[in-house]
Design a protein around this ligand. Structure first.
Ligand SMILES: [Zn+2]
Length: 145
C-alpha cells in the first residue's frame, strides 16, 4: 500500500468491473475502447452490450487518440458545490469525435480556451490525478489545429 503522491480535490471516476480495462490502460497513457467482436463497431462509454447489434462479446482495443472537436463550451463560473474547479477557470469542456467513430466528453488543454474551435484537430493527453487514475483529456495536435 503506497500513499497518494498527489492531492486531488475533484471527483474521481468510480472504477467498476466494466470500466476497469479503460482506467488500467489510461494509467499507461493508452486510450482503449470497447470493440464489438460481432459487428466490429467501437462504442463509448463502456456498456455490457453493443449499442449497434446487441452482442455482449467485446474486446478492448487501443485506439489512435486522435479526433476533432464536435462542440465545446468555455466554463467561466462554477457553482457553489464544486469549488475545486474554481482555480481552473476558464476551462474548456468539449465533445470530441474520435477517428474510430465515437464521441467522447472531455476537456481541451494545452491552448487558450479562445483558441478552441469546432473541427479543431486534437489528440489525447493524459493527466495523472492520483496513483490510480489518469484522465484522458485532449490537446491540439502537434501539426496544427
Ligand atoms: Zn456489435
Amino acid at each position: 500500500m503506497t500513499a497518494p503522491i498527489l492531492a486531488y480535490e475533484k471527483p474521481i471516476p468510480e472504477i467498476t468491473d466494466l470500466t476497469k480495462p479503460f482506467w488500467e490502460a489510461a494509467k499507461r497513457n493508452e486510450l482503449v475502447l470497447q470493440n464489438c467482436k460481432t459487428c466490429r463497431k467501437y462504442q463509448w462509454y463502456p456498456r455490457y452490450s453493443c449499442i449497434n447489434c446487441g452482442s455482449r462479446n467485446f474486446e478492448w482495443k487501443k485506439v489512435s487518440g486522435r479526433g476533432t472537436v464536435y462542440s465545446y463550451t468555455i466554463i467561466r463560473q462554477v457553482v457553489a458545490n464544486s469549488p475545486a474547479f474554481q482555480k481552473d477557470i476558464p476551462f474548456v469542456v468539449a465533445l470530441v469525435d474520435l477517428e474510430e467513430g465515437v464521441r467522447m466528453y472531455s476537456n481541451i488543454v494545452g491552448c487558450k480556451p479562445e483558441e478552441v474551435h469546432i473541427g479543431m484537430s486534437v489528440e489525447v493527453a493524459f493527466a495523472q490525478v492520483t496513483n490510480e487514475v489518469s484522465l484522458p483529456k485532449f490537446k491540439p495536435t502537434a501539426s496544427k489545429g
